[in-house]
Design a protein around this ligand. Structure first.
Ligand code: ATP
Length: 596
């Protein structure tokens, strides 16, 4: 898929902002999750602090701490209460965090699918279905981490130490508080940052590699007969294995840095606790608050572990977010005009004026597919575009269907009283209602004949479906196979190539277009069936304007006008009977006869 330069280089901050915008509806529950995490760590720190303070008091005051009113039962009650609060807050934090994560996944998937709709033609042209599938499923799943395990740990890792230092600092004195602050600061800021860039690069590479693997496997499965038929099984397997090895190598970088971060964090916490005790003792801090404070600092290292945890997975999650974001911000090749003009009423003709076209390509230079094409197709007439393979016939049809816009010149629909409306000026949906494009490959979905037919006319009754099948010369075959409920199989594999093509023709009849664009639509049919399909289609849509791409002379007599193309240029144009007498069309027909 072609992407904008902006999306390729989108900085993390931009991706993060996009994620937050995309998931705005879940931000309040997310705030709730952050709040409960605070309560959880406050209870955890207080639990250890009260416990350690009580033990220290034993040495100083006897069985009941002087700072705690009442008996030892009060102490037990406080500890039990804190445990309960900690458990409930922990549960609610996780519950809300995961609820938010799943809801966010839903919102992101919807955004991704919405972004894909206008990109459909680009996606189809570039045909990286496996990679798109990975983005729509695995990548979106990986973003879950951002919501479930990122924001709450990041906030609490900073606020909780600050809170405890503010409350307990005055009790234990500056040196102990400073020692704790330095240790916790290292744990929150320095340790998680170790190797972040290298891990991010590894995660980006690993995610892209997963897309390649998915594409490779999809290609292998779809081309199973070619792979086995040409004896490429071992080679395909080796390629998959080498992609897998590359994926392991990308993952190893992240693994090494994760281990390094964990080791550094343990070292920092082990060094901090004795440092706090030593600093407190040397500055004359009281034993009881110092013991409580040290225990609380120990609990707080748990809060900082959350930052390390997400630093390990955030890179993978942000790399996935970047790939999804890339699709969301990709500018479609064609979009609705800001103020669409209506398609003229009544029958429509087609006008192409001085059109140049080049397919977008990754390389700087775009290869020219069409140059200086000028063509008039009167309403209700039939024009055949004829030329060798690669001469530009399909490219003209794609521009008429507005799968892309011409690089120069105008492609327009013409109506009564001289109305001329460029296809780029009408709403895409209106254009797709007025025109219908039967492509070289009819796309069929797993389902019944009826379901596949109703793609172009969702409300059509069975009678209309049968009429369309009759026009396409397919009714008899469908009756023999068991009727409209017959399953066509994955990608229509249970039908022959010619039957798939005729199903495409039946869909066109059902769509009742005013302009019908046909691309080699009888190429899989024997001459008699092809002629019957042509006649059936014309009889079913007597007023439609037809523009047909063909590389054979069969059926040319049905055309009012023949346009002969060579290397993207028109080399002859006129009535079939005139052109057949000599010139480029006569030469094409002679070559065809020689081959036969
Ligand atoms: N998706 C694409 N990306 C880049 N170039 C393309 C693409 N599709 C077609 N082309 C190029 O554009 C030129 C015209 O192709 P086009 O498909 O219009 O020819 P055609 O006459 O319809 O051929 P055929 O009879 O084989 O279908 C060719 O040089 C082709 O290689």
């Amino acid at each position: 898929m072609t992407t904008t330069a902006q999306s390729r280089t989108a900085p993390l901050v931009e991706v993060g902002r996009w994620l937050i915008r995309a998931t705005a509806p879940v931000l309040w529950p997310l705030a709730g999750s952050v709040l409960f995490r605070h309560v959880y760590f406050a209870a955890a720190a207080a639990l250890l602090g009260v416990g350690a303070g009580a033990i220290a008091s034993l040495a100083v005051d006897g069985p009941t701490p002087a700072w705690l009113p009442g008996t030892v039962w009060t102490l037990i009650g406080v500890l039990a209460g804190l445990t309960l609060v900690k458990a409930v807050a922990g549960y609610l934090e996780h519950f809300l965090g995961h609820w938010v994560a799943f809801k966010a996944l839903e919102l992101l998937r919807v955004r991704l699918y919405r972004a894909l709709v206008p990109l459909a033609h680009q996606a189809a042209r570039n045909a990286s279905s496996g990679d798109l599938l990975t983005r729509a499923t695995k990548d979106v799943d990986r973003i879950e981490v951002f919501f479930a395990h990122t924001l709450a740990p990041a906030v609490t890792a900073v606020t909780m130490p600050a809170l405890v230092l503010a409350v307990m600092g005055p009790q234990v004195g500056g040196p102990a508080a400073l020692a704790a602050g330095v240790g916790l600061g290292l744990s929150v800021v320095v340790v998680p940052a170790l190797g972040v860039r290298a891990s991010q690069r590894g995660a980006d590479a690993a995610n892209a590699r997963r897309g390649e693997i998915a594409q490779h496997v999809t290609d292998s499965v779809q081309g199973m007969s070619e792979v086995t038929g040409y004896g490429h099984v071992d080679r395909r397997l080796e390629e998959t294995a080498s992609l897998d090895e590359a994926l392991q190598a990308d993952g190893a970088v992240r693994g090494r840095w994760a281990v390094a971060r964990e080791g550094a964090a343990q070292a920092v916490s082990l060094a901090t606790l004795p440092a706090v005790v030593a600093a407190g003792a040397s500055s004359g801090a009281d034993l009881v608050p110092l013991a409580a404070f040290t225990a609380m600092v120990w609990a707080l290292f748990d809060a900082t572990a959350g930052v390390r945890g997400f630093a390990g997975t955030l890179d993978a999650s942000m790399a996935a977010a970047r790939r999804v974001h890339q699709i969301a911000v990709t500018a479609p090749d064609v979009a609705d005009p800001p103020t669409p003009v209506p398609v003229p009423a009544g029958s429509l003709g087609v006008r192409v004026e001085d059109v140049d076209y080049a397919y977008p390509s990754e390389a700087e230079a775009r290869a020219t597919a069409l140059a200086g094409i000028t063509l008039e197709v009167p309403a209700g007439s039939h024009t055949a575009l004829m030329g060798a393979s690669g001469s530009g016939k399909s490219s003209i049809l794609r521009l008429l269907a507005r799968h892309d816009d011409a690089t120069a010149g105008t492609v327009a629909l013409t109506g009564a009283e001289g109305a001329v409306v460029p296809v780029s000026a009408v709403a895409l949906e209106d254009l797709r209602t007025a025109t219908h494009y039967v492509t070289q490959q009819t796309t069929l979905f797993r389902g019944s004949i009826a379901e596949n037919l109703r793609l172009s006319a969702p409300r059509a009754g069975d009678d209309r479906l049968w009429e369309a099948l009759e026009a396409a010369q397919l009714a008899e075959a469908v009756r023999e196979r068991g009727g409209l409920d017959t399953e066509v199989g994955e990608q229509g594999r249970r039908l022959s190539g010619g039957q798939r093509q005729r199903l495409g023709v039946a869909r066109a009849v059902l769509a009742r277009p005013r302009v019908l664009l046909l691309d080699e639509y009888t190429s899989h049919l024997d001459p008699e069936t092809a002629a019957a399909v042509r006649a059936g289609l014309r009889a079913a849509l007597p007023e439609a304007t037809i523009v047909e791409a063909t590389h054979t002379s069969a059926g040319l007599d049905a055309a009012d006008q023949v346009v002969v193309l060579d290397a993207g240029r028109i080399v002859a144009c006129g009535r079939p009977e005139d052109l057949k007498r000599g010139g480029p069309l006569a030469r094409l027909i002679a070559r065809e006869t020689d081959r036969a």
